[in-house]
Write a protein that binds this ligand. Structure first.
Ligand code: FES
Ligand code: FES
Length: 195
């Protein structure tokens, strides 16, 4: 027998072994996850939720895959882009940086919970529309959530405060100026509505 077929056989055997090892690892991880599933109770967009999830489930995954709230976008999974921003107990949080189980008992708001029950837009959403503060829209859910949280703690922000408050959110389309304009305009309309 020549060396060449033997080498091919070795490669095939190694490939098959790697595939088998990968499958064994995948089954083991799934079994461990099933064994370690934990209950979680929290309130999302005003609705009480009780589910089970694996300990390594990110809040972004839980919202999108378990609750089907796909308005929370995932642009990087490495805490860079802010597309996954939601509000947890009044604070804006990048949901890819938090485990779902860390939100046990929390009150969470996602982009799906921002508009009023009758479907009318939140003033921040309305201002984003009016000021052309979005183009492709991928960053927009995170931008809106970060803006809503910013205006809850700083109702009358300066231009610099808006820029600082949104510095964790990236937009590849707009150049940011229209987003800043929209947040300042919505701050004004929220203040007027509160008087
Ligand atoms: S997906 Fe969370 S910061 Fe980018
Ligand atoms: S509108 Fe496209 S990334 Fe912001």
């Amino acid at each position: 027998m020549t060396a060449k077929p033997q080498a091919a056989c070795d490669v095939w055997c190694k490939t098959a072994k790697v595939a088998a090892d990968g499958e064994r690892t995948r089954r083991l991880m799934t079994a461990n996850q099933d064994r370690d599933m934990s209950d979680i109770k929290l309130t999302v967009n005003g609705r009480a939720e009780q589910r089970t999830c694996a300990p390594n489930t990110l809040l972004s995954e839980f919202l999108r895959e378990t609750l089907g709230l796909t308005g929370t976008h995932v642009g990087c999974d490495t805490s860079q882009c802010g597309a996954c921003t939601v509000i947890v107990d009044g604070r804006s949080v990048k949901s890819c940086t938090m485990l779902a189980l860390e939100a046990e008992g929390a009150v969470v708001m996602t982009i799906e919970g921002v508009a009023k029950a009758d479907g009318s837009l939140h003033p921040v959403q309305e201002a984003f529309r009016a000021h052309h503060a979005l183009q492709c829209g991928f960053c927009t859910p995170g931008m809106v959530m970060a803006s809503v949280a910013l205006l809850q703690r700083t109702p009358d922000p300066t231009d610099a405060q808006v820029r600082h408050g949104l510095e964790g959110n990236m937009c590849r389309c707009t150049g940011y100026q229209n987003i800043v304009d929209a947040v300042l305009a919505s701050a004004k309309s929220l203040r007027s509505a509160a008087q």
